[in-house]
Ligand binder design. Sequence first.
Ligand code: ZN
Length: 253
Amino acid sequence: MKKNLKKIAIVAMVAVVIAACKKKQETLTAEPQETVKNADKVLQHIKNLGFPESSIVDNGNEYIVEEDIVFPKNMEIMASSAGPKTEQYYTGSIVNSTKKLNIRVFVDASMTSMSSEINNALAQWNGVSGSTLRFNVVTAAPYDILIKDENLGNGVCGQGQFPSGGSAGALIKINKSYIAGNSFAQRARTICHEFGHCISFRHTNWAAQGESTATNVPGVTGTDASSLMNGGQCGSGATVLSQKDKDATAVLY
Ligand SMILES: [Zn+2]
């Protein structure tokens, strides 16, 4: 219902602007201007999370930081995410207490060949004792996270998104052909790692990786060589959540 109202509002707005443009004999449509405006908000949101401008890569309709975290330029930025946040390590913004109970995952047709790896990854997060966060695979809309195959070039195994406005990061891209040669456990690790970003985990080894300062999960601090959320370890990293990964999950969820 809300969506319909929003659509109607957008259509009405566009109609007004197009009408205005016609009067002024302008050729620009409303949409690009709106996109640019929201992209600025997204850029500020990324900086507010503590990522320095130099670490932000403009990739067309999205920004990428630390190689595997994507911020779509059209993402919704909630007012609550404003303000500087530079302090296991997370973004400071998590999936809310209702949505965490049932995070719906839709597996795109391009990724169904790795359903077993996806199920392994989800079972790891769902199995953390003391956490009520649950991922569930759904076969139709509505869903919270779409996981799909995308050619991300050499060196990048996958990309995830951080939560926004209380919802889990909405998209995971897996470089399927690139990780196809890895073991089952390593393929599942890549997928498990990206789901970790979608529920707000940063790279545990952010400091060693030269990444921006991350927020400590209260009570779960320090480096952790066995963390599945260590970055830059595709094909060679931990394949199961470490005790500290689990502790951090239980604290947040
Ligand atoms: Zn990562």
